[in-house]
Design a protein around this ligand. Sequence first.
Ligand SMILES: O=C(O)CCC(=O)C(=O)O
Ligand SMILES: [Fe+2]
Length: 229
Amino acid sequence: MLLAIPSLLSSGQVAEVRSLIDEGRWEDGRETAGKQSALAKRNRQIAADCAQGEKARAIVLQALQEDGLFLSAALPRAIFPPLFNRYDGGVRHAFGNHVDNAIRYLPDGSGSIRTDLSATLFLSAPEDYDGGELVIEDSYGAHEVKLAAGDLILYPSTSLHRVEPVTRGSRICSFFWIESRVRDDAQRTILLDMDAAIRSLAQQLGDDRAEVVSLTGCYHNLVRQWASS
Ligand SMILES: O=C(O)CCC(=O)C(=O)O
Ligand SMILES: [Fe+2]
């Protein structure tokens, strides 16, 4: 499932994150790439030990924890501390086709996560740059994604994807991975659809209607079947 989450950050939060990372320490993005993806990757990233990056990361993580649609779609067990990248037009930064590594080691050395979902949070307005579409391929074809600043795209980490060359301006984003309690994308999609339908029914009929209570039970019982602890 490819899911856009609108306004994960408000425009005020986007401005705050941007003012932090614009002053941060940027390094060659190949520092954090695997051997194969380093061949395809041309961008800059905020250094792991950059203090501004640390503050910006906390803002993004907090927003994720408070976003009902994100929590319902991702059912996160662990979120990789968000990273920040920039693709500059002058030097035609881009990232060719790749699939993200299945396992990412946490920067603090505390272990690793399995990447079930990949996420890009847009931090530049689309009119501020040309190119830079995130192209995600799935069995329905290739999807070009370029969202408003503050919006997030979630996609299965199994997908082949790329960032098209930026030809003007700068594309600045946060990106990270999620290990989900429900590993299977199809199962997560069912749970997301069911959760949305139950919420809508509850609004129309009331939380205490017998059918709403029963369907809510079904939802949780499915989570119990499919979730790893
Ligand atoms: O910037 C993006 O939208 C995605 C970057 C990416 O694919 C990666 O760093 O693995
Ligand atoms: Fe990627």
